[in-house]
Design a protein around this ligand. Structure first.
Ligand SMILES: [Zn+2]
Ligand SMILES: [Zn+2]
Length: 160
């Protein structure tokens, strides 16, 4: 078994989400969406989250940890609003479930995804950003982002 590597692990830091919640509130108002207790609780959970998650995980977190009793339907309705507001992004599909992560206040990054244990490793190489710009410019395309994903087996799931 290889040594545990943290090279691509997410940097944890103390979350202060008040400014972000205020920005979300302003966004909702501007778009004519109602500011409900459910939307606030979902936004809060997403902003405090430092992992990649799917709807089931968010639902269970809200139910068991936050005790907020929010329906899955509410979550499904709120996710597109969170994406539109720039708080959340859909990052990859696994077993037919879309996984999301908080992107607000974070630099763009790419993912390595282990098919055996499901671990996600993040990395950032400036060359990819340069490629994105060059390809878009060459095709006269206005890019709004890109995804680069490597899948395979992580160091915990191999014996070599
Ligand atoms: Zn693995
Ligand atoms: Zn990520």
């Amino acid at each position: 078994m290889a040594n545990k590597t943290t090279a691509f692990a997410f940097q944890k830091r103390d979350p202060d989400i008040q400014a972000e919640l205020d920005a979300f509130r302003i966004f909702l108002k501007r778009k004519g969406h109602r500011i409900t207790r459910e939307r606030k609780a979902i936004a809060e959970a997403v902003l405090l989250n430092r992992e990649h998650f799917d709807v089931d995980e968010l639902f269970l977190h809200l139910k068991l940890k936050v005790k907020a009793g929010i329906s899955k339907a509410s979550i499904y309705r709120t996710i597109p609003i969170l994406i539109e507001s720039g708080i959340l992004a859909a990052v990859y599909l696994e077993n037919g479930h879309m996984h999301y992560e908080r992107v607000f206040g974070r630099d763009h990054h790419s993912h390595l995804r282990c098919g055996a244990c499901g671990r996600i490793f993040e990395f950032n190489v400036p060359e990819l950003d340069i490629m994105e710009k060059n390809i878009a410019a060459e095709k006269n395309f206005k890019s709004e982002g890109y995804k680069f994903e490597i899948w395979g087996l992580c160091t915990y799931c191999r014996d070599d």
